[in-house]
Design a protein around this ligand. Sequence first.
Ligand code: ADP
Length: 271
Amino acid sequence: MSADSSLSKETPNPAVDGSELIRFDNVTKRFGSNVVLDKLDFSVASGKHVTLIGPSGSGKTTILRLLMTLVKPDEGTIKVGGQYLTHEKRNGDLVPAGEKHIREVRKNIGMVFQQFNLFPNMKVLRNITEAPVTVLGLPKEEAEQRARELLEMVGLTEHIDKYPSQLSGGQQQRVAIARALAMRPQVLLLDEVTSALDPELVAGVLDLLRDIARSTDITMLCVTHEMNFARDISDQVLMFDSGRVIETGTPEKIFNDPENDRTREFLSAVL
Ligand code: ADP
């Protein structure tokens, strides 16, 4: 798809038909002199579940943060559903995007964070309805109906009137998953979502995510140290080292028969 047609008003809802949904072209991100992502190219097809693995500090979380526009690339472009994320075309030129354009493209993306990041001063129901009402403009009743369905799905119906501090870490993370899904995003970003949980709560959250991966057509981009989970849900695994993808393949290939020495070293340390 050309940049011009991808930015046209005729394509408000990017394709969900198995075509490319996320595309990084030549993306470089630096923090000071630290080159965190180095001319990165990769793409994710719609509906696929892609897991990013690799040593700590190799740039995995930065990719998710770029997609959420929490940080911006120094070079290169990112497209979501054929639309530029941090750029837009003006008079035929590609220029840094305005806030309105960024908000519009980002509506397609939901993220679940390691530390849950729920609104502490809002009860569970409002945590889930806030963005659909304020960002999508959904009527309150409709947003609440959707929130109730999602709370049932994540098994928290009876906690609807509680504040986050009254819930366990696992329950808070389930609310965060429901909150992300309430926006009906095309892409769900999962950033080490079980790292902050007590060990006994990890399996429940991973099982919920396995169910979501199986039963929805949502595209998932996932940073995790849970290699069994990565093996179960992934269509594709990307192995990172020093801001570059050094190996990519199916979970069978990467976990059973990796080709790169650094992939082998990494896996032997974590498996
Ligand atoms: P990973 O998720 O693979 O552990 P990250 O993407 O979190 O890696 O971080 C990659 C590198 O970028 C690390 O060296 C980290 O210290 C650095 N980094 C990440 N965010 C920032 C920031 N906001 N300011 C400065 N350095 C950062």
